[in-house]
Structures are given as C-alpha cells and as structure tokens.
Design a protein around this ligand. Sequence first.
Ligand SMILES: Cc1cc2nc3c(=O)[nH]c(=O)nc-3n(C[C@H](O)[C@H](O)[C@H](O)COP(=O)(O)OP(=O)(O)OC[C@H]3O[C@@H](n4cnc5c(N)ncnc54)[C@H](O)[C@@H]3O)c2cc1C
Length: 542
Amino acid sequence: MTPACNFDVLVIGSGGAGLSLALRLPAQLRVAVLSKSRLEEGSTLYAQGGISAVTDPEDSFEAHIRDTLIAGAGLNRPQAVRFAIEKAPEAIRWLIDLGVPFTRHTNTHGHLGYHLTREGGHSTRRVLHAADATGRAIENTLVTKARERSNITLFEHHIAVDLITGAKLGLRENRCLGAYILNRELNQVEVFASRCVVLATGGASKVYLYTSNPDTSTGDGIAMAWRAGCRVADLEFNQFHPTCLYHPKAKSFLVTEAVRGEGGHLLLPDKTPFMHRFDERGDLAPRDIVARAIDHEMKRLGLEYVLLDISHKPAPFIKEHFPNVFARCRELGYDMTLEPIPVVPAAHYTCGGVVTDLQGCTDLPGLYAIGEVACTGMHGANRMASNSLLECLVFAASASEHIAAGVTAIPQPPVIPEWDVSRVRDSDEEVVVSHNWDELRRCMWNYVGIVRTSKRLQRAARRVELLQQEIQEYYSNFTISNDLLELRNLAQVAELIIRSAQQRKESRGLHYTLDYPEPDTSHEPTDTVLTPDMPAGGGIED
Ligand SMILES: Cc1cc2nc3c(=O)[nH]c(=O)nc-3n(C[C@H](O)[C@H](O)[C@H](O)COP(=O)(O)OP(=O)(O)OC[C@H]3O[C@@H](n4cnc5c(N)ncnc54)[C@H](O)[C@@H]3O)c2cc1C
C-alpha cells in the first residue's frame, strides 16, 4: 500500500532544532515537519535568557570552551564542545540574517553592536538575547520562514507514535523508514514514509511533578529511539531551576534568578531565611545548590513550597526590573511589591538523551537526533546556561549538511503496513491514564529528584515497573490517544533515568546522592550509556 505521506526528510519536532534543520536543507528536498501541538509550542518558545556565542573581540573560543567544561564536571565530550562553540558565531549570523531581532546596544566607543549579558558559569558577557524573550523571537522567526518555503510541509497536532524500521518489518537492512503518526484532529494513525527521519522532540522534564517546561516535553524522542534500538546516555543529569512560581494556574512559570541577584531572599513559610545554613553565599549560591537547599527544607518540613521575598525593595524598582514576573504574579493574585511569592524548584533541562555523533547520526542508520533530545556530549554532567539553544542550532546545521550530502542516494522506503487497529477497542476508563500520569510524576519528584539515595531509587524503580506493566496492558488493548502515548513515553524515560542514576555510584554535576556525596576520583569520569536489548546495530563512533 502506498503511504499517505512520502518524504525525503521527516522532521519530528518544530522547535529551534527541528525548524532550523528544515530551513537549512536544500530547497529541492521534500521535507515534512511535525508538531504534536501548535507549531510554536515547545521549550524554545519559552527560553528567556538567550544564546551563548563568542562575538566580542575580547572573548575567545578557549574561554567559552573552558567555562563549558567546568560546568560539565568532567563528562563533556571535548570534541563536541569545541565543535559547537567554534560554529556558534556562524549560527548566530544565520539567525540574524533570517531576521531574529537580537537586542542591540551602542558601546562606549559609539559602535552599534549586539547587547551581551552574562549568565551563571560564563566568565564574561557572551549571551545574545532578544530582551527577556529570546526563544519567542527565534521560534517566531523560524516559523515564519518555514511557512514561506514550498518544499516544507508543516503538520500541526500530529504526534509520532513510533519509528518504522527495517528490523521491525523483518527486512535484512535495518534503517529508519519513517514513523507511525497519530493525526490528533482525525484521530487516526497515518504512515509517514521517509528516506531519513530526524528526532527534534525536545527534553523530558515533564517526567517530574514540577517543571518549567511546556506540556510537550514528554521525552517522546528518547523513548522512540530506545524502542528502535538506539543507545541513550547520561540521563541521570536532570537540571532543576530553583524558583518556579507555585500556583495551580502557573504550572511552568519561571521566576528569574535575577530576583535573588537584585536582593530577593528565600524564606520558609514562617518567614525565616534558610539559605545561609547551606552555603556562605546564601541566596546567591549557584543554581544547583539553591535547588538542593529548597528541596531539603521542603522534605524536612513537609512543605508544598517556600517563599521568595523582594518586597523590601521599592515598588518602582521591582516593576522596572521584573515587569513580566510582576505582571504574571498580579494576574494570579500576588503583589510581589507587598508580599513574598510561593516558589518551588522545577525540572528544567534534560542533559542526557539519544547518543549521537557530531552530525546528529544515531545508532540507527537513517535516524538523526538533534536539540534537547540528543546527547552529543556538549553538556556533560551539567548544562551551562544558554548553551542549549546553541546546541540546537549548531547540530541542526551539521545534520542538515550530512543529510543533504547523502539523502538522494537512499532508496525510497518499501511498502509499509498500515497501523493495526483490529485488536483494540475504545477505552472506557480514561481515568487510568490521568491517575498513572500523576503517580509517575509524583514518584519521580519524590524519589528521583534533586537529592537521591539508593533506597529512594530502588523504591522508584519498583513503582515505575508496575506502572509500565499497567500502561503496556492499556496500550495493547485500547485505542491510542495523545495522553496515553505521552504517558507510555514518560514511563519509559523514567525507567531509563532511574537505571542511569542507579549506575552512578558518586555525586557529579546534577546527580547528587546522599549515599555517595562526593565525585569518585579513583578513575576517569565515564558516561552512563544504556544499550537496548535489541540494539539497532548501526554504527556511530563513540
Ligand atoms: C522556561 C525555559 C527557559 C529556557 N531558557 C533558555 C535560555 O535562555 N537559553 C538556552 O539556551 N536554553 C534555554 N532553555 C532550554 C531551551 O529552550 C531548550 O533546550 C531548547 O529550546 C530545546 O529545543 P528543541 O528544538 O530541542 O525542543 P523544543 O523547542 O521543546 O521543541 C520540541 C518539538 O517537538 C515536538 N514533539 C515532541 N514530541 C513529539 C512527537 N511525539 N510527535 C511530534 N512532535 C513532537 C513538539 O511539539 C515541539 O514542536 C529554556 C527552557 C525553558 C523551558
């Protein structure tokens, strides 16, 4: 049967990574870009701070590399770090040429250039930004450009269910041949055949109860690649942002760390300060230390949240420095000029992911992974601020070059069987999905969160295994839905995170366990690499 959709390149994900790759491909290739939600929705849209690159003559590649390696705590792949950082200025130039409105600035010599900010871990100012909504400026520009391209077909509300591989079809050559896609509007699964497939599905921070990420970050790409036989690495390194607003209607609203930078204090609900007990820098300690301290106090006292107070500063100062935070808090009934606001730490970034080389190739021939879904080795054990958008852009460029050079030599995919719905029926118990969804995220938050122990990980492993059994049973018997697919993927990623965390018998970067509170210095740091039972059998070099 001829598939409904046949392309040269199928890009799953329309964030910074996916759209950049699609736009960089030659115009004669037929490209499909999928988004499981609206085209713009994804982490890229919400990135605030900016994107790092060496653009100031006083800065250097060596300094940017050094800072990134320090943050990564010995686990970065130096080759990947150098590759991304040396290609960063070209990536920025490309965005500027597309029309991204980075904030401009006239220096003391009267020269007009781009304004650079400095963020945690960077030894100098090197972060380009578009006011405090950089991701929005990038995403909107990419979407506008993609809509203008006649060779790119955009599919909103289409969620990839699973990859189609030669092995799954019983063919001799194992390569990626496309994907089964649930058209959410028609509620039917369609076959998208393609000469090659790019996973650009973002991270997996929704696996935790509290997250700064949008609903799309459910680790779908990691789970799909794993099921297709690809290795994953370093999934124990989950970055938590210390302060997300605690409110049922503000489930992913970040309160910038600059609030503490400008004099804000973290307090317990009875208004007692506590950060000085954890670090001599108090409220200005680095992000991971603050997140750990808040988590400690919340667990110790059974709290739902702690408070962040800057109300001692003059109201005009607060409104001028934090217009967005002030406005959002007001919408939700808090006046931060008069009172403290409730905050919790929140899962923010997935450092690990699908193992790739510098061209985004995975273990499965014909399958690429770029952006937050991938583990290129750039971030090591801790991502430095503003290096992630950069990684999206640079690896989108290198993967597009690799695809452009080889795709026309790849034969059209063979006949692919339709999605089989003969053995499933409509569910009469949707509540199982929502219940398991909550249980999974709460379990990950409580046992596999900011501070871990071997016992907590073991507990989590048992619960996740049970949940996976229930979810698999449900998946086999009932018609699939968006929520069920996401839950299945989240549970898969949860299992992989727990297994990775259990393997690391030390504390390093973002992985902190009370049972091994120090880094293991008895040998060179190593990545945690998990290999599926049925490996794809391709071949990228480590
Ligand atoms: C609040 C916030 C602030 C941040 N600030 C910064 C910052 O200042 N600087 C920085 O460098 N980084 C920042 N980050 C991180 C950065 O934004 C992300 O790492 C980056 O945008 C990820 O881009 P991506 O293209 O890989 O994924 P995303 O932008 O998340 O896009 C994922 C895409 O995949 C689609 N998708 C997912 N699964 C499927 C599926 N199964 N089928 C079809 N489509 C699917 C989604 O619909 C979406 O289109 C921030 C993140 C957040 C959440």
